[in-house]
Design a binder for this molecule. Structure first.
Ligand SMILES: Cc1cc2nc3c(=O)[nH]c(=O)nc-3n(C[C@H](O)[C@H](O)[C@H](O)COP(=O)(O)OP(=O)(O)OC[C@H]3O[C@@H](n4cnc5c(N)ncnc54)[C@H](O)[C@@H]3O)c2cc1C
Length: 476
């Protein structure tokens, strides 16, 4: 029987979301235990292709688009931080993504998105088929063009999961593998802890981050957060040189280049299936589509195939926040296709909420300054100092001038005929996400006026008086 020690926070689920929350909580000095029924990171997290598709995954520029961009911008700093703490390199790749149009309908849609993204100063550039082929010579001939998204990077998802878990452990989180949570313990309107395969564990706060299985746990105490799995199959191959550098993404297929010439090809979508088998039909479909994008993939060496279950919600929106009516109980689940991308921001928001922070710390000015230094290769030092003393209108203007000049440089490079965009692969490519503390706050205020949790985090209003579950608009 496991001892009945009291913990400040119990996190249920050792996927990328649970690990990110545990890590962020530990950084705040909270005493945390994380319970995983199997091995850490072995469900959806290990299956993910690792794309940080803040732009490629979104059809509009609503709340989730802004949320995703902010989360994406946290990766360079997080990557450095986790490498320093754990020695694990999450393989952050910032070569960008080509969203490929294979028919007229897709072409119109991507041209629409280019305008949409530009309207909110997210970098996006429509390329003709010839221009796209200049960027990635291995592309086949079937494409009509591509939307180039230089800021949509990618990471090695299993390594990210491992790094977060290890960093959490180093920071004092107790990680318990092979410990299944059988039910939630409540008394009246308060959570007391969880019942596990090893007996009860008590805690002041419980966060359910159990991926697609979260709804089963919650329904045990009458909380209905309807969810279902969406099975995805992927495979990987080892390519010969010349190697692909950018992620290729199109309807029903993507190819994500990893370290060492590995290409991850995904992914099928089978809603409602808990079945974990890799099917011949699924792989055949992916192989055909991948060879259409990059014909030379047919010559690549086979590595392996796998499946994973994306945690999808009934209304397509993730559940992130406090469960109304049960004190101390929270959910962070339903990230569907974007859990890797959204893991940093989910970890921060949840840690802030659970530890009763002011919300403003989620994106502290120090963080902004550090991020800027990381992303701009040290040139953010002066701006960082300014941001610590509060952003000024002048600074925002200066930043806007900086971004404008960068955009011009992109265009100049394009018309200079080098075939390469300025910023691609350079330290500047993620600067489109850098808006400074004040501007970031504005984004938060603007994108969630009706979603009280996020707004309250920032404005310090009604935080704990009204328990509210955030749902974030997700576009697929
Ligand atoms: C094929 C595929 C490709 C993907 N590609 C991308 C991508 O490119 N980019 C991106 O951002 N996202 C991607 N995703 C989505 C991403 O993987 C998920 O959104 C993310 O991993 C969800 O993380 P999670 O921690 O919520 O869930 P999981 O990783 O599934 O973790 C949940 C954990 O909870 C544990 N658990 C469940 N029930 C219990 C219990 N009762 N007691 C104890 N533990 C329990 C499970 O064992 C599991 O380890 C992809 C997903 C798939 C399947």
């Amino acid at each position: 029987m496991y001892n009945k020690q009291m913990h400040e926070v119990i996190v249920v689920g050792g996927g990328v979301i649970g690990c990110s929350i545990a890590y962020e909580l530990a950084k705040k000095g909270q005493r945390v235990i994380l319970l995983e029924r199997g091995r850490i990171g072995q469900e959806a997290t290990q299956a993910a292709a690792g794309m940080l598709g803040a732009q490629s995954e979104m059809e509009d520029v609503g709340p989730l688009f802004q949320w995703s961009r902010i989360s994406r911008s946290l990766f360079p700093r997080l990557s450095e931080e986790l490498k320093e703490v754990t020695g694990i390199d999450m393989g952050l790749n910032r070569e960008g993504l080509l969203h490929i149009a294979l028919n007229d309908e897709q072409r119109h849609e991507l041209i629409r998105r280019e305008r949409l993204h530009s309207s909110v100063r997210a970098r996006a550039e429509w390329l003709s088929a010839k221009e796209a082929a200049q960027l990635e010579p291995q592309l086949g001939e079937d494409l009509l063009g591509a939307l180039y998204l230089p800021d949509d990077g990618q990471v090695d998802a299993p390594l990210l999961g491992q790094a977060l878990a290890k960093a959490a452990s180093i920071r004092g989180v107790e990680l318990r593998e092979y410990m299944q949570v059988l039910g939630l313990l409540t008394e009246g309107e308060k959570v007391l802890g969880v019942m596990t395969s090893d007996g009860p564990i008590y805690g002041n706060q419980v966060i359910v981050a159990a991926g697609t299985w979260s709804s089963q746990l919650l329904s045990g105490i009458g909380v209905e957060l309807p969810m279902y799995p969406v099975k995805g199959e992927c495979f990987s191959v080892l390519e010969r040189s010349p190697r692909l550098r950018k992620t290729l993404f199109t309807h029903g297929c993507y190819i994500v280049p990893k370290a060492g010439g590995r290409l991850v090809v995904g992914a099928t979508m089978v809603p409602g299936s808990y079945d974990r088998k890799v099917t011949v039909a699924g792989l055949a479909q992916l192989m055909e589509r991948a060879a259409g994008l990059v014909p030379s993939i047919a010559e690549a060496e086979w590595e392996k195939a796998w499946t994973g279950l994306r945690p999808q919600t009934a209304d397509g929106l993730p559940y992130i926040g406090a469960i109304p009516g049960i004190e101390g109980l929270y959910a962070a689940t339903g990230h569907y296709r974007n859990g890797i991308l959204l893991s940093p921001i989910t970890g921060r928001v949840m840690a802030d909420l659970v530890s009763g922070g002011s919300g403003a710390e989620i994106f502290s000015s120090d963080e902004q300054a550090a991020q800027k230094e990381t992303i701009l290769g040290g040139s953010g030092g002066r701006d960082g100092a300014e941001s610590r003393h509060g952003s000024t209108g002048d600074r925002a203007e200066a930043e806007s001038r900086h971004e404008g000049s960068e955009d011009r440089a992109v265009m100049e490079s394009r018309h200079g005929g080098t075939g390469e965009r300025v910023g691609a692969g350079s330290g500047h490519e993620w600067s489109g996400d850098q808006a400074g503390t004040e501007a970031t706050m504005e984004v938060w205020k603007a994108f969630c006026p009706s979603r009280r949790l996020v707004t309250d985090q920032l404005l310090g209003e009604k935080r704990h008086s009204e328990k509210e579950l955030i749902t974030i608009e997700i576009a697929h």
